[in-house]
Design a protein around this ligand. Structure first.
Ligand SMILES: [Zn+2]
Ligand SMILES: [Zn+2]
Length: 344
């Protein structure tokens, strides 16, 4: 391997860095930049942030993915020094995100949730391809790497990584699986995470291109919405406070403590960021539903208060999906009544 592939990637605006030959990991940082030696703390480490580190300014391979560059001279010299180094791209500065579809044995979700907020029967699923196909079917779309051909990589384990461009790479965050990715065995690489490119070979095999497309397509709009819904996008201009003040004092709650606890939940919801809105709405409704279940506040008062807090966060009171989220959350929470005194 030579610098040919990394130089070609850099010409597309992708920030590349080398991986240790035969592995999928970056080179170690220098003594000053390395917090640990294996499991032991490194006594020579000088705590600092990778951004602004002098080593990186000097072209050294410290801080892993932060050493990525589009500087052609630096790339050439790095791969001249280690011609068999693997090739990685850091997502954030490259304005890219990666859909990372896994193919490995892993436990099915114990709660039966394969994509957050959706009912999908995944009992027969084998891997992330099944989750992705189910999500696409649910949204009435084709598989994105088929419908919007883009640079797509087959990993040695048989997984798939489809690269997409975003205009604001630093605003995105990586996430894994059902919890913070798109679903069971679907991870997202973004921001301060990296993807591995063809030209890389590890002990498990080679990373190979899939299909004929070698350029990176724009992120399809439906996927952008899915990723925002999954909380992967961070708003650079969070909304100013709206002046919303939760007020449960007139509600017939049983105590000042309950009033305060509910108001706290409402305040968190009212301040939620767009990317985290539906999750926060769900959590808030569940938390307050526990008070409803304990008969410490009425369901109608709870629903009204949550709707008002959601409106402060930008969710219209007329939005049926939101109202249904609130009802479901309240019902689920009321099945697990809050025991005052025992809790907290
Ligand atoms: Zn260093
Ligand atoms: Zn450093």
């Amino acid at each position: 391997m030579s610098a040919r592939i990394p130089l070609w990637l850099a010409s597309q605006g992708l920030y590349v860095f080398p991986l240790r030959p035969g592995s999928k990991f970056p080179f170690s940082s220098c003594n000053r930049c390395r917090a640990r030696n294996g499991n032991e703390p490194n006594p020579l480490y000088v705590p600092h942030k990778p951004t602004g580190c002098q080593c990186i300014a000097d072209g050294r391979l410290c801080h892993g993915l932060y050493a990525a560059t589009i500087n052609r001279d630096l790339i050439t010299s790095r791969w001249e020094r280690t011609p068999d180094a693997g090739i990685a791209v850091t997502c954030g500065p490259s304005n890219t995100i990666v859909l990372d579809v896994d193919n490995h044995d892993s436990e099915h979700p114990a709660d039966g949730v394969y994509v957050r907020g959706e009912r999908i029967d995944g009992a027969g699923f084998v891997n992330g391809y099944d989750t992705f196909a189910a999500l696409c079917e649910l949204r009435g779309v084709n598989l994105p790497w088929v419908e919007h051909p883009t640079l797509t990589v087959r990993t040695p384990s048989g997984g798939l990584q489809a690269w997409y461009r975003v205009p604001d790479g630093h605003q995105w965050r990586q996430g894994n699986g059902v919890k913070s990715g798109l679903g069971w065995q679907i991870d997202i690489k973004a921001g301060a995470s990296f993807g591995i490119l063809p030209g890389t070979r590890t002990s498990k095999g080679a990373y190979e291109p899939l299909g004929d497309t070698r350029t990176i397509a724009e992120l399809p709009e439906w996927l952008r919405r899915e990723l925002v819904r999954a909380g992967r996008w961070i708003d650079p201009n969070p909304r100013r406070t709206t002046g919303y003040q939760p007020n449960m004092r007139h509600a017939r709650t049983s105590s000042r403590y309950v009033t305060k606890a509910i108001e706290n939940e409402l305040a968190v919801l009212a301040a939620a960021q767009p990317g985290a809105l539906s999750e926060t709405l769900n959590k808030c409704s569940y938390a307050i539903g526990r008070f409803v279940g304990a008969r410490l506040v009425s369901e109608s008062e709870a629903q009204e208060a949550i709707t008002a807090a959601a409106a402060a966060a930008g969710i219209s009171p007329d939005e049926r999906k939101a109202q249904s989220t609130i009802r479901h959350g309240l019902t689920a929470g009321s099945r697990n009544p809050r025991t005052i005194g025992a809790a907290r």
